[in-house]
Write a protein that binds this ligand. Structure first.
Ligand SMILES: Nc1ncnc2c1ncn2[C@@H]1O[C@H](COP(=O)(O)OP(=O)(O)OP(=O)(O)O)[C@@H](O)[C@H]1O
Ligand SMILES: [Mg+2]
Length: 277
């Protein structure tokens, strides 16, 4: 579905301050996967993501989506991008205008657009009263919901999120991620989520790609990647707190498996307690 073929990207190429942000990246992402993209600051996550909708052009190599090479704007309706700061994305005077911008560019009928607006407001849990408000008068959490809604309203096949919950409180974070997960399950879209929040990654994704210094350092299931805790810590990353708790239990002699979500922890605790009786 998405293929990165020997992708190298250099900022300020040929200048004294040139920076190799991606170094020969080869990756394949299948349709319907939910990918977590992690890596220390400056490892290349945002640079990689920006190649998926043609915001950046490879210095070497290419990016294919459904076998078509991504070039400037060629995937603007297929790949929906949600950026770290909603302020970078929102530019219209009213919520209504913000929501209709994409669909009108897609030449959807006004009746279809109207239908989608009410569906999407309902989905992201924004009241229809906000339609005539300025997006900039919304709360932080509501702005994020709007930024996500303005992308989902186009029904993209691929949803890319770059740190979508930075700055939100834990409740706000959880509710946004739940929406994204729900959307993934309902529409079977491909999701790529870049985040520093390891718990957020652990609870939601099916596969983790770890970038370090412009290269792919690890690529595997959540269990595979979190079983390499020492290597993650070495490059400045971490495993979920609950994974550490169970690591300690194992050291103490308990026969427990690797756990990385709260649901797994609950089940594993129940099993361990059951064994004692
Ligand atoms: N616009 C730019 N101009 C020049 N260099 C850049 C630019 N954006 C990023 N870089 C450099 O490219 C490298 C990769 O940066 P990138 O933003 O992709 O990393 P990241 O993994 O997204 O980091 P973070 O976790 O901080 O968001 C870094 O060395 C960074 O300094
Ligand atoms: Mg980034």
């Amino acid at each position: 579905m998405i293929r990165f073929e020997n992708l190298t990207y250099i900022y300020y190429r040929g200048l004294p301050n040139q920076c190799v942000a991606l170094d020969n990246i080869c990756l394949e992402i299948k349709a319907g996967e939910f990918i977590g993209l992690i890596g220390p600051t400056g490892s290349g996550k945002s640079t990689l993501i920006r190649h998926m909708n043609g915001l950046l052009k490879p210095t070497v190599g290419r990016v294919l989506i459904e076998l078509k090479e991504v070039v400037m704007k060629s995937t603007r309706f297929e790949v929906g991008m949600v950026f770290q700061y909603p302020e970078d994305q929102i530019f219209e005077q009213t919520v209504f205008k913000e929501l209709v911008f994409g669909p009108r560019n897609m030449n959807l009928s006004e009746s279809e657009i109207k239908k989608r607006i009410f569906e999407i407001l309902d989905f992201v849990e924004l009241p229809s009263e906000v339609l005539e408000s300025s997006p900039f008068d919304l709360s932080g959490g509501q702005k994020r919901r709007l930024a996500i809604a303005s992308v989902l309203i186009m029904k993209p096949k691929v949803l890319v999120l770059d740190e979508p919950t930075v700055g939100l409180d834990p409740v706000g974070k959880k509710s946004i991620l739940q929406k994204i997960k729900q959307y993934h399950e309902k529409e079977k879209v491909t999701v790529v989520l870049a985040s520093h929040d390891i718990e957020e990654i652990a609870e939601n994704v099916n596969r983790i790609i770890v970038l370090d210094k412009a290269r792919v350092k690890m690529d595997g299931s959540v269990a595979e990647v979190f079983s390499r805790a020492d290597e993650l810590i070495k490059i400045g990353l971490d495993v979920p707190k609950i994974t550490k708790v169970f690591g300690k239990l194992k050291q103490m002699g308990y026969n427990t498996k690797l756990v990385y979500t709260l649901a797994q922890a609950q089940a594993e605790f129940a099993r361990l307690l059951g064994q004692r009786e």
